[in-house]
Design a protein around this ligand. Structure first.
Ligand SMILES: NC(=O)c1ccc[n+]([C@@H]2O[C@H](COP(=O)([O-])OP(=O)(O)OC[C@H]3O[C@@H](n4cnc5c(N)ncnc54)[C@H](OP(=O)(O)O)[C@@H]3O)[C@@H](O)[C@H]2O)c1
Length: 329
């Protein structure tokens, strides 16, 4: 099948400036952590990527170890780029990361210069790209000097293998130091990628202020708490859900009765807004002006389309906000 991108794709999306950079991100971006590996169905995820681009999603987020097996999401994404997106590279913002375990031995994880730069070369090969738009340090490494990790990011830019750099899951104070080190090296930190959802609000305690003060954008991962903040688990654990799959990062044990009760109450508020629980959960995150984009995952086109409808209703009444806080308290 041949892919012809929708002509009016840019009219459907809202784009927001990433910190004080020149880059604008779609307020919904697509992540390829789950559902794009060799264990998944190629034609299914190929269509998810088509639908995303058709809806104005320009930003696709990867990492060296996305799959399973590790590396396969990058390889599959590269094949889709080659097959379907010839001539569109300059309309796409593609990120990858290194930090988690990727290959055996002491040079296959964490934050050394040796690991980061070797991993970026491997990622580019798998995706058949000359450069990525954003290269991230995927997690903080408390044993490697921060200067070494940030130096590796700066080198990636100097080598022309990344246009921008970012950090992921760094705590507030360490983020502040990382951003300042990068600045001294003449390479601004474009973006931070932390997890943030109605069920995990750690970034409200300092990190968001640090990013705001430094003009760094914020794209939040697992905004639906890996699917918990959707209709997926309101009535049991579906066979095809992430929690049920043996390779899924979400475990069935996370779906407790107390949690489902909370989710059902949140779902009632969402229904009152004529939204799905997923839509309300995403819209709630975006009400903070410091959030540049929500980085969602999807196992099928319908989920992505559902999430895209937040563009119709992003505002909350005070009553709704209070009711949500009460449930979460
Ligand atoms: N930097 C990091 O360390 C890090 C860590 C994790 C993730 N990430 C990034 O963040 C991206 C998103 O993470 P995530 O996949 O955990 O995000 P998520 O959006 O919280 O969860 C996605 C899952 O929620 C379900 N879902 C999504 N929309 C739905 C809808 N409208 N209705 C019902 N169910 C829906 C699907 O579950 P089912 O699969 O069960 O259908 C989907 O796979 C990743 O792909 C990756 O790019 C980064």
């Amino acid at each position: 099948m041949e892919y012809n991108p929708s002509q009016n794709r840019y009219e459907q999306m809202v784009y927001k400036r990433c910190g004080n950079s020149g880059i604008k991100l779609p307020i919904i971006s697509l992540g390829l952590w789950h559902n794009f590996g060799d264990v998944d169905v190629f034609e299914n995820f190929r269509k998810i990527i088509w639908s995303a681009f058709d809806a104005g999603i320009t930003h696709f987020d990867l990492a060296n170890n996305y799959g399973p097996p590790y590396g396969s999401a990058e390889k599959n994404f590269g094949q889709i780029l080659k097959k379907d997106f010839k001539g569109y590279r300059d309309e796409l913002l593609i990120s990858t990361k290194a930090g988690w375990d990727m290959w055996p031995g002491p040079y296959g994880e964490f934050g050394s210069r040796k690991y980061l730069l070797a991993s970026l070369d491997q990622s580019l090969k798998r995706m058949q790209l000359d450069y990525v738009d954003i290269f991230y340090s995927h997690r903080p490494d408390f044993e490697t000097p921060l200067e070494e990790t940030m130096g590796a990011l700066a080198t990636a830019v100097q080598q022309g293998k990344a246009l921008y750099v970012g950090i992921s899951s760094y705590p507030a104070e360490m983020s502040d130091r990382a951003v300042k080190i990068l600045k001294q090296m003449g390479v601004p930190c474009l973006i931070h990628q932390p997890n943030y959802s109605l069920l995990d609000r750690w970034i409200e305690n300092g990190l968001l202020d640090v990013l705001d003060d430094n003009g760094v954008g914020c794209i939040v991962f697992s905004p639906l708490a890996q699917g918990l903040l959707t209709n997926r688990y309101l009535n049991g654990i579906p066979e095809d859900s992430r929690a049920h799959k043996s390779h899924g990062f979400l475990k069935e044990s996370a779906i407790t009765e107390a949690l489902v009760e909370k989710l059902k109450k949140l779902n009632e508020i969402a229904q009152g807004r004529n939204q799905s629980l997923a839509q309300m959960s995403l819209a709630w995150l975006l009400k903070d002006p410091r959030i540049t984009s929500v980085l969602v995952g999807a196992s099928r086109v319908e989920q992505l389309n559902d999430n895209l409808q937040i563009l119709n209703n992003l505002s909350f009444s005070n009553d709704e906000l209070e009711a949500i806080e009460k449930i979460l308290a």
